[in-house]
Design a protein around this ligand. Structure first.
Ligand code: FMN
Length: 303
């Protein structure tokens, strides 16, 4: 028997494998046993409904995909009413991802989400335009002060652990990670998608309706692992790794470089069993290597 349990703040996970926000919905429950996951992470919600970006919103690229969904969602009220029956039935950790235009919107949403009663942690999607600080093209997680403001506000309003989800589109992610930690975040999630763009040379048009989008999948994995490793060395709170994890070997690589848990995103679109196969693969690896506790993998890279 191997121990797969890990803790993120006071949230207990039965194993370190979570699914990434926006890549895994309720419909997957017809295909796999959601209760076997370490955590179910819901798609990002905002206070009010958002229509999202123009189509096409997805484009396949070498070793990855571009998306420009634009945080389309039906808002908190709809979420609370329509998703409750599904989320309340889940017998593993439930994480809800939130976004907003400023700290007070994040605070209000965090307070409503934590009052739902069946949510184990709040994931703060900081990849939203940084409206307050006037950098229209910048994201909250590109700015240490904005990151601090939002995380402080969410922490004040939340009774469950708070996970700050960072963008990789920065010069030094450890500065933002430290700002989030300073503001009281219980964990860090590295990362959301990398800015990207692709063009159809026959039509001469961008392949995304929004022109630019976010790159995910195996193409980003080595860059994210480096960010996890550098962040792990500087912070005290747990780091969750996310970016291009397709199988258990990728997951273990992230853990050896400092991730306490991991999230699986793009792989879910390729095959729905990806996350469950990763859990089995981690167990097999641990048995083969005679590692009794998954927590021993975190940061165990041999230098
Ligand atoms: C189609 C699609 C939709 C996504 N929607 C969200 C979202 O709503 N909120 C969020 O925080 N991240 C979202 N993401 C980012 C993923 O959660 C994840 O951070 C990213 O894809 C990197 O992981 P991966 O390479 O395993 O896919 C989305 C990604 C994709 C591909």
């Amino acid at each position: 028997m191997v121990n797969l349990k890990v803790k993120i703040g006071k949230m207990e996970l039965k194993n370190p494998v979570m699914v990434a926000s926006g890549t895994f919905g309720e419909e997957y429950g017809e295909l796999i046993d959601i209760n076997s996951l370490g955590a179910y992470v819901a798609k990002t919600i905002t206070l009010e409904p958002r229509v999202g970006n123009p189509a096409p919103r997805i484009a396949e690229t070498a070793s990855g995909m571009l998306n420009s969904i634009g945080l389309e969602n039906k808002g908190f009220e709809y979420f609370a009413k329509e998703k409750a029956p599904f989320l309340k039935k889940i017998r593993t950790a439930v994480v809800v991802s939130i976004a907003g235009d400023n700290a007070s919107e994040f605070k209000e949403l965090a307070s409503r989400v934590s009052r739902l009663g069946y949510v184990d942690a709040i994931e703060v999607n900081l990849s939203c335009p940084n409206v307050k600080h006037g950098t229209r093209h910048g994201l909250i997680a590109q700015d240490e002060i904005a990151t601090k403001d939002v995380i402080k506000a969410v922490k004040k309003a939340s009774s469950v652990p708070v996970i700050a989800k960072l963008t990789p589109n920065v010069t030094d992610i450890t500065k933002i990670a430290l700002a989030a930690e300073d503001a009281g975040s219980d964990a860090l999630l590295l990362v959301n998608t990398f800015f990207g763009m692709a063009v159809d040379i026959d039509t001469g048009k961008p392949r995304l309706g929004n022109i630019t989008g976010g790159l995910s999948g195996p193409a980003i994995k080595p860059m994210v692992i480096k960010m996890v490793w550098e962040t792990y060395k500087k912070v005290r709170i747990p780091v969750i790794g996310c970016g291009g994890i397709m199988d258990h070997k990728d997951a273990i690589e992230f853990m050896l470089c400092g991730a306490r848990a991991i999230q699986v995103g793009t792989a879910n679109f390729i095959y729905p069993e990806a996350a469950l196969d990763i859990i089995d693969g981690i167990k097999r690896y641990m048995s083969e290597k005679k590692i009794s506790d998954v927590r021993k993998l975190t940061g165990a890279i041999k230098l």
